[in-house]
Design a protein around this ligand. Sequence first.
Ligand code: FUB
Length: 508
Amino acid sequence: MKRIIVLLIFLGGIGYAGRVVAQTNEAYNPVIKHLYTCDPSTFVDQDTLYLITGVEKTDTPYNWPFKISSWHIFSTVDMKNFQDHGAVLDASAFKWMNRNDCWASQIVKKQGKYYWYVCDWGNIGVAVSDHLFGSYRDALGKPLVDSKDPNFAGNIDPTVFIDDDGAAYIYWGGGSNLFGCKLKDNMIEFDGTPIKITNLKNYVEAPWLFKRDSLYYLAYSTSNGYRKGPIRYATSTTPLGPWEDREDILGVVYNSFTNHEAIVEYKGKWYIVYHNGALPGGGDYNRSVCIDRLHFNADGTIQFVEQTTGGPEGQSGYNNFGPHAYAGVDATCLLRTGVVLNSRIIDDGRMKEDLSWKWEVQEGPGEISVDLNSVKDYRINFSEAGDYTLRLSVTDGYAESSDEVHVRVYAEPEEIVTESDSLPCELSVKKKGLYTVHLYYNSGRRESTDLEVNGQRYPVVFERTQFGYTPSCAILRCEVELNKGINTFRLAEEKKGLVSKVQISHEK
Ligand code: FUB
């Protein structure tokens, strides 16, 4: 397990994520500090601004997949204090949705009912309630747009806008896919056939439709896992386009490849809400919602937004997210090869002195030598086999951050006896005896499970995550008694596509 220590000199008082902390009266970004929050959308009712966000938490903040377990509603009346109304909706409301896939969502109100448009990785759905805080039920009992529908692809990130005449419009889509359509009055059926929009420059995801002074705006993110990009926008005189390309409005964000925006007018001022990875333990998969002011020019174009640590109404005098050290995923390696950790240093470029960092052995039988030529993917060699705790620390002269990682160094390789690329499988060994079984998962998820070997159940437990960004691979291990000749292996409970390799070995 890793421990993250962050000394934020200029952002004093920040709470560790995952622990409930009192909100302070000073607004500063990220605005929600006791949870990791992502994919913000907004909803204004009378004098209250509501933020609707996913809530996520993973131990490996730079490794796919997202682990977003619910949607929370937060409210503010002053842009300084944000009240958490809890997990108002989660995937259990939708029969078709996986538990950790609560991706982007938005609430709109129509004729006294609240419609909550949601998505997972491939389906768009809608829940309905008579009250903002629920309870919500799946309005269709199935997705509004199904991942199996060949007419669509990349079904994520729904945005719904209700025009002055009461007509509602939905846009959604990720990758190179963006679709838009009018909704029927019932809000759960398309009014016509969705159109595919193909001319938005560098479109990737997170569409957000809004209107100002009879001009329609479609903001979106150009950022993906391979190339971080800004939020950009287009305009049109009708809600379904054609769309005219405009400008970038928000640069890439600190410590997250996604940025997912919403734009809202509240009490006469305009704001952009987005996420970054600025909280301790944050990263691409532990994100945090921020808010900054957004300004229009007289001709209706949008000015480029300055991202602040001060937030919309707070102390904006000093902007520094501080350096961020991530030591990497706990790993194993051989003494003769050493290890490359998927560690990294993140900084926002505002520094008092050149960024400097160091690796140290906190605990362990020997010494390390480190290739320090880059700010990520450090190669580390060890003088002795054994268990090590390593610490990576960094400073920019203003603030310091450090993080720890555990590495188990083996003197000699295990002897691999036999292996299979799938489960269930049959594997043969030459001698009866005690063997080690390693299951390689298809993702970094580390849920323990039970393996049935020759009809007998053995618990397999997480051992380590194999180095890798997207996807990473969790490795689980158990000791089993095998017979001479053929042995049968299957998971006690069917978990489709979970295992990519089964490896039988002896400790040498
Ligand atoms: O949170 C999951 C996905 O990441 C969202 O649906 C995208 O917009 C990106 O923020």
